[in-house]
Design a protein around this ligand. Structure first.
Ligand SMILES: *Cc1c(COP(=O)(O)O)cnc(C)c1O
Length: 390
């Protein structure tokens, strides 16, 4: 048996998304910039996808820029805010310690341009407090970037409240909604969002396709040089098949959102309850305010990477976040050895109850195996060392 439990890394494409792409790989191959029939057909398709995608988030198609994925969208958002900030003499940005590296590294790149960045600490339950953002704001703050939902621990952030604070202070607000889009409800107006990144392969669309929403009136800065595609905001011939696949995947995900979420949350809670029986372990992040399919657990005296190898041998595809102690788990204030013993399981629409029970049994036995040959565990048991997790 193989159980795929790494849907936060990528998802399997839906049949509808594949079918929506096929004609554009084959019959309708024109360049959307072409002034002839083949080009017009491709252009119409892209425009239609743009409107549909915008509508799913409560914005206009004109506010959508197609990109090569979430990383590019995040990069473009940060660079856009920097360009706008520079013009106004504002060179301070606020983000959080547990953002995706696409945001963190884009922010880092601005150091040479004289920008200062404040990274907000993450409270224990994995949810940023709007008051923390309020406190960090300065006269020269030009952007706040807070992810909609975290990719490692799945916690959902108070985006609308944070957006409201940013509006009141005339500061651009970007959210990396890559993990949230297609899984939980997003409305850029309700949520006071100025810029937002999404990526198709996280909601059963193709890899290499994403989008950046930029609210009307915000002039997006280009990060790819070339032609005048995307109204001069993103050069390069449009990835027509992938754009069509993304639109179809998003339509399907949004139409089935409630049904999928209800089902997934039940399975997720069953998995959380099962893993909670393992002594000296803990769920990372709030139990309730989290993505339907995310489970992140830390285990005392267990080496995460070895656990992943053993689970793979049992047919389970899971993740730890990274080989190094995860910056997300350490941001929660956990010591490195606990961060290293972290397991992320992200289930999806196709996960079954039988698979959940198999995961629970497999993780339990794997933790036991690893602890039985761990010197740290022996010291803990003998009382020569203190447990970090109760
Ligand atoms: C996957 C992911 C990204 C990167 O998206 P790609 O399309 O793979 O470049 C960015 N942010 C978050 C939160 C993600 O989960």
């Amino acid at each position: 048996m193989r159980v795929y439990a790494d849907n936060a890394a990528t998802t399997k494409m839906s049949r509808k998304a594949i079918d929506a792409m096929l004609p554009y790989l084959d019959i309708i191959y024109g360049n959307p910039s072409g002034l002839y029939e083949e080009g017009r057909s491709a252009r119409n398709a892209v425009d239609n996808a743009r409107t549909r995608i915008g509508n799913r988030f409560g914005c206009s198609g004109k506010e959508i820029i197609f990109t090569s994925g979430g990383s590019e969208a995040d990069t473009q958002a940060v660079i856009t805010a920097a360009s706008i900030g520079e013009k106004q003499g504002k060179k301070h940005m606020i983000s959080t310690a547990f953002e995706h590296h696409a945001v963190l590294n884009a922010l880092k790149s601005l150091k040479t341009r004289g920008f200062e960045v404040t990274l907000i600490d993450i409270p224990e339950e994995g949810i940023v407090k709007p008051g923390q953002i309020q406190k960090a704001l300065r006269e020269d703050t030009c952007m706040v970037s807070v992810m909609y939902a975290n990719n490692e621990i799945g916690t959902i952030q108070p985006i609308s409240e944070i957006g409201k604070i940013c509006r009141e202070h005339n500061v651009l607000f970007h959210t990396d909604a890559v993990q949230a889009a297609g899984h939980i409800s997003i409305d850029v107006v309700r949520d006071n969002i100025d810029m937002m990144s999404i990526s198709a392969h996280k909601f059963h669309g193709p890899k290499g396709a994403g989008a950046l929403y930029t609210r009307k009136g915000i002039r997006a800065a280009g990060v790819i040089f070339g032609g005048a595609q995307e109204r001069g905001r993103r050069a390069g011939t449009e990835n027509v098949p992938a754009i069509m696949g993304m639109a179809a995947a998003l339509d399907e995900a949004c139409e089935l959102m409630e049904i999928n979420a209800d089902r997934t949350v039940k399975l997720r809670n069953r998995l959380i309850d099962g893993l909670s029986e393992i002594p000296h372990s803990m769920l990372n992040g709030s139990r309730s305010s989290r993505l339907p399919g995310n489970i992140s657990f830390s285990f005392e005296a267990v080496e995460g990477e070895t656990m992943l190898i053993l689970l793979d041998q049992k047919g389970i595809s899971a993740s730890s976040g990274s080989v190094d102690p995860s910056h997300v788990i350490t941001a929660l204030g956990r010591p490195h050895e606990i961060a290293l013993g972290t397991l992320r399981l992200t289930i999806g629409e196709e996960t079954t109850e039988k698979e959940i029970d198999y995961i629970i049994a497999s993780v339990k036995s794997t933790v036991e195996t690893l602890r039985s040959c761990s010197s740290v565990w022996r010291e803990l048991q003998a009382g020569r060392r203190k447990y970090v997790l109760k």
